[in-house]
Design a protein around this ligand. Structure first.
Ligand code: FMN
Ligand code: ATP
Length: 273
């Protein structure tokens, strides 16, 4: 971003990386004015809400700053930039662990000294004594603890992907599945999950497998079966909401055995919703 005005209307901003747009982040957004905006310091490592997906979880405008550029600025230069980019800026909202500028040398105290307007510092938001942070939510997802991750997110964890072609075995011998390629999104640990799948904006109850298809070709796949619906020729973008872990990935002796298990998974998914 250059030194030109980025927004001539925004008068309050929340600053951070905001991967996940979780309950801690939302506490900051609640302190913004009607003309508020979110400044994302983007380091391109976000995996819960990579890049533009953050916009799906807020109505506020989001402004992206490249971390590589910002990290070279002194705290003074960074605050100066904010004031140039947002000439109406009168309020900045951050969490109490917020650090910024060269070598992370700026903190909430220096921000208060350098910025002429109001600085609101939010106390760390917790859930049952557990601090809420993107890094902890990632760990929970990676270990299949979707219940806790979803509670910290304040929503069900959702990822988006492009439909890709599979082996063609599912439809013929097991159950039909949509195979997905999901790019940067963090995947839950391998196994089977009770999920909801969105196709063209409509959510369907589903059961999703993630992992290596050890029973068939051994390849890694993300496959979702829409329960009680016969949908054909699904293309383009599809999203999955991960409600609950059902079981681990297993190698079955035959496709018949795998099919029996998948039918049980569907029952469990319906019960666990
Ligand atoms: C609910 C569900 C559970 C699954 N569980 C396993 C499993 O435990 N082990 C495994 O190797 N494959 C599992 N799979 C993946 C199947 O092996 C895969 O759907 C099958 O190989 C067909 O692949 P295709 O869609 O590419 O044709 C599961 C698939 C679904 C939909
Ligand atoms: N639990 C929380 N309570 C209050 N403020 C928070 C909380 N988590 C993050 N913030 C604030 O939100 C902004 C964005 O922070 P950041 O993107 O680093 O989130 P994070 O969840 O702490 O991520 P990570 O775990 O990757 O450090 C910062 O101003 C930060 O201080």
């Amino acid at each position: 971003m250059s030194g030109f005005t980025v927004s001539s209307t925004v008068d309050s901003i929340a600053i951070g990386n905001f991967d996940g747009m979780h309950l801690g982040h939302k506490a900051l957004f609640e302190k913004l004015t009607q003309n508020g905006g979110i400044v994302v310091i983007e380091h391109f490592r976000a995996t819960l809400t990579p890049h533009i997906y953050r916009t799906f979880f807020t109505d506020l405008p989001i402004f992206f700053y490249d971390f590589e550029f910002i990290r070279q600025m002194s705290p003074e230069a960074f605050v100066k930039k904010l004031v140039i980019d947002f000439p109406k800026l009168s309020r900045i909202v951050v969490g109490d662990d917020f650090l910024f500028g060269l070598n992370r040398s700026g903190n909430t105290e220096s921000l208060k000294k350098l910025f002429c307007g109001e600085v609101i510092v939010i106390k760390e938001v917790k859930l049952k004594e557990q601090p809420i942070h993107s890094r902890f939510i990632r760990k929970l997802i990676e270990s299949g603890e979707l219940d806790r991750a979803n509670s910290m997110l304040g929503r069900v964890y959702e990822i988006w992907g492009e439909v890709v072609s599979g082996q063609g075995i599912g439809k013929e011998k097991l159950v039909p599945t949509i195979n997905l390629s999901t790019g940067k999104f963090l995947l839950p640990k391998p196994g089977v999950y009770a999920t909801e799948t969105s196709i063209a904006g409509k959510y369907f109850a589903s059961v999703t497998f993630v992992g290596h298809r050890v029973t068939t070709d051994g390849n890694f796949s993300i496959e979702t079966h829409i329960i009680d619906k016969n949908l054909s020729d699904i293309r383009g973008k599809v999203s999955i909401r991960w409600n609950r872990y059902i079981r681990r990935n297993r190698k079955f002796d035959s496709l018949d055995d795998l099919k029996k298990q998948i039918l049980k998974d569907i029952e469990v998914a319906c019960e666990k919703r």
